[in-house]
Design a protein around this ligand. Sequence first.
Ligand code: MLT
Length: 409
Amino acid sequence: MFQINDNFTKIAGNYLFAEVARRVSAFQDRNPQRRVIKMGIGDVTEPLPEASIKAFHEGVDDMGRRESFMGYGPYEGYAFLREAIAKNDFQSRGADIGADEIFLSDGAKCDTGSIQELFGANVRIAVPDPVYPVYVDSNVMAGHSGLWKDGRYEGFVYLDSTPENGYVPAPPAEAVDVIYLCFPNNPTGAVATREQLKTWVDYARANKALILFDAAYEAFVRDPAIPRSIYEIEGARECALEFRSFSKTAGFTGVRVAFTVIPRDLKVPDSTGKMHSLHSLWMRRQATRYNGLSYPVQKASAAIYSPEGKAQVKTLLDFYLENARLVREAILSVGVPCVGGENSPYLWVRPGGDSWAFFDRLLNEAGVVCTPGSGFGRCGEGHVRFSAFNSRQNVQDAIALIKQALTKG
Ligand code: MLT
C-alpha cells in the first residue's frame, strides 16, 4: 500500500511566502479598488541588464543555426560561465576557487534543499533563528527533525539572532553536524565580520561539521571590510559549501540561475568513517538528476561579467540599495529600531508586539505588504521585514504609509 513520507505531516503551517501571498490575494479580492505595494517577498522589479538581454538573444539565435546549435550541456554548466564566475566572484577577491568547483543550477533555494540528499540519516542541524524558512522546512521534510513544539522543531539546534548579538549568532556550546549560515542575512540584513566568520570556520573544523553558507545577497555588500564569500576565510575550503544566486544580483528571479561551490579538498566520512569527496558525490548526484541550465540562459548569465554587464549590475544594485536607504532613514526617523538595508536589500524592523497582527494592520489600513518576523522563527516575533525591491515611486509612497503605521503603535 502506498504511504506518504511521514515527515511531511510534521510541517507546521504554509510556506511563509505562500501564506503572505494568500493573505494579500484575499485582501485584493475583498478590496479590488485598493492599491497594494508589495514589500514582502524579495522579488526584483527592474528589467534585466541590457548586456544580458543582448546575450540572451544571441544565445537563442545560436540555437537556430546548425553550426552553433547546442544540445545537452555539461551537468555542472558550461565552462565559459563557470570560468567567468571563478575569476570575477572569487579569485578577484583572493578566494581560491576554481571553475571546476562550481556547479550551476536553477536556484540557491533548490540547492540548499537538494544537498541534503548527501547527508547521513542522523545529522544534527543548526539553523539561525530567525531564518530563511527553506532551510528548516526542507530539513523537516528530509526527516532531520523531531516534532513541532512551542514554535520550534525538536531536534534542531536554533541559533538565536537577537538585538543583543546584533543578529549575528555565535557558535553553540554543543557539537552539531551541519550549520546553515546566511550573510548578508535573510531576513535581518545583518552582515558578519571576518572575525565572526572565522569563529564559525574554526568551530566547524574543530567539530568536523559542514557549513552551508548562503551568500545569495553578497552583491549588496558595499563595506570593503565585510567578506563576501566564506572562502575569504582561511580553512573554509575544508569545511564549507557556498550557495550563490543571480536572482538578486542581476534581477534573475524569473530567469533562474544560481550556483553551488564545493571545493575539491572537502572530504566527508560515511558511517564507517571512510572519507569521500563531497565534490565527486555531488557531481554524481547532478549527473543522475539534473541536465543543467539552458544555453541561452547561461549566455545571458555570463554577460554580467562583461565590462558593460558589470556597470549595469552595479547600477541595478545601487538602485535597490538607495531604496533601502530611504526606507531605513524613514523608519529610524520615527524612532523605531531598524537594522539592515545598508549592505543588504532587507530591513529588519522592530515595532514590537505580534508580527502577524502588524502585517495585517499594515495591509488592511495602508495597503503595504511586509513579511511578519515570526514567520522566520520565534526570535523574529516583534519584528517585520521590508524588502527594498521595488520601483522608486512605490517605495516613496510606501514610506509615508509605513511611518504612519509605525507611529500609530
Ligand atoms: C525572500 O523574500 O526571502 C526571498 O525572495 C525568497 C527566495 O529567494 O526564495
